[in-house]
Ligand binder design. Structure first.
Ligand code: SF4
Length: 363
């Protein structure tokens, strides 16, 4: 069988005794007869192998502030070239990017984007990193890894924005090639993952522990709080306790606001007070860097020294203000070392969001 031009052999699968092939990229472990696609839609069985059908195609590029991923401790203030493809391996009813993640038409992938061209475009536009975002890069692992390698060869960082829903073998290669990640921890009950996201909680927790214990990847966690679904005091406390105990209290945690979307249009926007409450609870548990997101809250969006209380990085949405760190990320007042990747002064990208056509940018 001849493969289409955007189709490449897929890694991480094995043959089953009944003639089907099992994809091992993510904990869905799709078992496919010939000609079928997996739940993510972009991986498929062709003959006697698994393939990725969207290699080198993107749904569009945009230069964002790194804080939008969100990453607050990773080259603050710098621009990141962000892109996604199509499909997803979870089925979250609240998906905030559903036009991309639920795309069933590869036609949407209108930007031809080989890895080298992406890295060159990022470099020429002054970006410090490239982010795989908008949909989950786990499902286009081969493309994400090649792009990350092309970036690193040019001194650029690679950033994954992901739900952490990845198999144990695949995550080794995936994270070997990433410098930073924002991992969505969508809730802290199996019921929420099962009923709302069509997945399971345990593999996500395994990924987070793997990141902490076996990699040098800088990572931050985001939890989108949905009124009445995952925002109880009890759930927020349990989630924060688990992070503190298993990942360490200095792991940054972002509580983000939901807006009605996709199949969850009957629930109102998350009130700012819910995010403030969650931040307070997580700080009471002992987490040092807890942020609110998607709301106007300068206090909750800024970085504060957990040792002396000084303002370290002032944020107003994605605009940075006062800066209280030295070049190595120490508090200028008390010397406390803040984890992450910092430079002597912040970048100056600001809150801009700039769409980029790769063809015209830098091929
Ligand atoms: S990556 Fe796609 S095909 Fe593979 S197991 Fe996950 S959903 Fe199924």
């Amino acid at each position: 069988m001849t493969m289409a031009s955007n189709t490449v052999p897929g890694r991480y699968w094995h043959a089953l005794g009944d003639g089907r092939l099992q994809c091992d990229v993510c904990p869905r472990y799709c078992k496919l007869p010939d000609g079928q696609r997996g739940l993510c839609f972009v991986r498929a069985r062709e003959g006697d192998q698994m393939v990725l059908t969207t290699y080198g195609r993107s749904s569009g590029f945009c230069i964002d502030p790194i804080e939008k991923k969100p990453l607050n401790h990773f080259l603050p203030g710098t621009p990141v070239l962000s892109f996604g493809t199509a499909g997803c391996n979870l089925t979250c009813k609240f998906c905030q990017n559903w036009d991309i993640s639920k795309a069933r038409e590869i036609d949407r992938l209108n930007d031809a984007a080989p890895p080298e061209a992406i890295a060159r475009a990022a470099l020429r536009s002054g970006c410090r990193s490239v982010a795989f975002t908008y949909n989950d890069p786990v499902i286009f692992l081969e493309y994400a890894v090649d792009t990350a390698k092309a970036c690193r060869e040019r001194g650029l960082k690679a950033v994954a924005v992901t739900a952490g829903y990845i198999g144990p073998e695949a995550r080794i290669e995936f994270y070997q090639n990433m410098d930073a990640a924002n991992v969505d921890l969508k809730g802290f009950t199996e019921d929420f993952y099962h009923r709302i996201c069509g997945g399971h909680l345990a593999p996500v927790l395994e990924t987070l522990e793997y990141l902490r214990n076996h990699t040098k990847v800088w990572f931050e966690i985001t939890t989108l709080l949905i009124p009445g679904a995952n925002d109880s005091d009890e759930e927020i406390r349990k989630l924060s306790q688990w992070i503190g105990e298993k990942l360490g209290p200095e792991t940054p945690l972002h509580f983000s606001a939901f807006h009605p979307d996709y199949k969850m249009t009957d629930i109102a926007n998350t009130p700012a007070a819910t995010l403030t409450r969650a931040r307070r609870l997580a700080r009471e548990i002992g987490l040092s860097y807890v942020y609110t997101g998607n709301v106007h809250d300068s206090e909750g969006g800024s970085t504060w020294c957990p040792s002396c209380g000084s303002l370290l990085i002032e944020r107003d949405w994605y605009t940075l203000g006062r800066w209280g760190l030295d070049g190595a990320g120490h508090c200028l007042k008390c010397g406390h070392a803040v984890p992450g990747l910092f430079e002597a002064c912040p970048g100056e990208w600001g809150p801009r969001r700039q769409p980029v056509r790769l063809q015209s940018a830098a091929l």
